[in-house]
Design a protein around this ligand. Sequence first.
Ligand code: HEM
Length: 509
Amino acid sequence: MRPSGVRRWYALAAAGAAVLSSPYWLPKSLVGLRVKVFEKVNGPEGVVVPNDQVGPERFAELYAHPAASGRSKGAGLSDLFWYWLSPGPEVHQEHLEPGPRYDAVARTTSTILAGTSAELSAAAARCAARVLEEKVPGGPGRRAALVRLRDLMMPVWAEFFHEMVFHEPCPPDARRLIVDNAEDVVNSLKNTRLRHMRRRARLTRYLLRRLAAGEVPHDLPAELATPRDRAHYLQGTFFNTAVVQMSEAMAHLLLVLAQHQDVQQRLADHPGDDRDLGNVMNETLRLFPLFGIAHRITDADIDLGDGVGYPAGTVLCFDYPAYHATGYTDPEVFDPGRWDRLSAKDAHHIPFGIAANRPCPAWRLSPLVMRAVTREVLGRYTLHSSVSHTRSIPHRAPCLLVPRDRPLSRPRRSAALAALRVRDRWEDVGRSTLQFVLGTWMVVDARRQRLTRAWFAGHDTQGRPLPDAPSPAAPPPRTAQTPPVPTAPPPAGPPPAGPPPACPYHHGG
Ligand code: HEM
């Protein structure tokens, strides 16, 4: 063979090897590149905690500091979250600045989420049973079904939170609207899809209609001035955050069970063992906390003593996975039994945030209803999966559900799991490329729209219009991505300091 022919064969072999090995290097490289792009667009870092000055032992002290209280104003990072959680990010509880408006909204959320353990568990079990029977029916002749656990869980929580808000069963068309909305939000947060604001607006219209008809049996805060504000509050808190968080939490929990057959068997054999299931949930949320980072903007100087402090206006990014990985023996190991020896109260374990600083309002409800739904699932199926398991879980947790009374033979199960593993690795290649492209697009678009800065240029922290607000300028050109929110222009001057690269992943990534 001529030297040029040999060179061509070498080049072809190298290209082939690069393609074939791409599942092992491309996704990781693209995630790194995406983080760099986010950093470039958003500007310099905030302060990620724990760090050299504030170690894990002082993490909670800083998080609980009264001056670590700002939520949206003054962080470039907030533009991104407002963009993803639109429409109505300015009235989402998560984004409200402290004050009477926040207090009223937080009180209302707690009231809507209230209920006895028995009522809440029964409602969750009922919704799960209905959805499972519809999506993965049992009965003669039924075989294993391949599902994505997050997709399977979405309608369960759509129905459940519809019942909590409206005190009546969820009609199929309302469930579709809620699931479409929640999926759109979480997919855009994870950069696997762009936002579809028309889809989200359809749910807003449904809520507006029900509010106008007097069909919401709760007193909504007078501080939410317009019907649209009230519709956006319900949409953001119950049909976006609640549905997304519960579906993600259940996807993690069920995937863990699918990959730890001994634990799954134990729980299925002893469905009444609350302690064991509690340990498994604690360990799952320790290893896979739903929040990667929660941020606060300091509204006054913080002095922790020993020369450690942060000036007012600092963006503090509390890194949950890093904190959860400290203070444990073999923190990377999934070991539910460790919770027999530890108390969640004393450990570095904050899956629902910290009590002193805006904890999750569903910290009591969530574990309760997750137990009920887990029992419904385990009562019907055995779960099996060979896919990767990361905190951001962008693959939506592919899993094989096998009817408990019709087990698969071992060779068939092994073959199915081998095929699932291969598919997962290759999907990861395509998805990480897509996430890179869409993530870049959305970060740039959010930066262009600057929703937070535009809002606070025209409103005080309690949502009241400022008397000397600049007159509204022409909004940025409309795209399918542009939400119908704040119209005031951003103030002049340099953009605010942006987030650290990890911050955009606070819900998922
Ligand atoms: C297992 C499920 C859930 C987990 C692990 C979870 C986790 C969290 C965490 C860690 C925070 C605090 C972040 C921070 O400090 O900024 C939070 C806040 C919040 N969560 Fe949850 N959550 C879950 C379910 C829910 C549900 C079902 C709702 C329903 C309404 C909800 C609504 C909220 C709201 C409104 C906030 C903002 C609280 C505030 O700023 O006052 N979450 N969640």
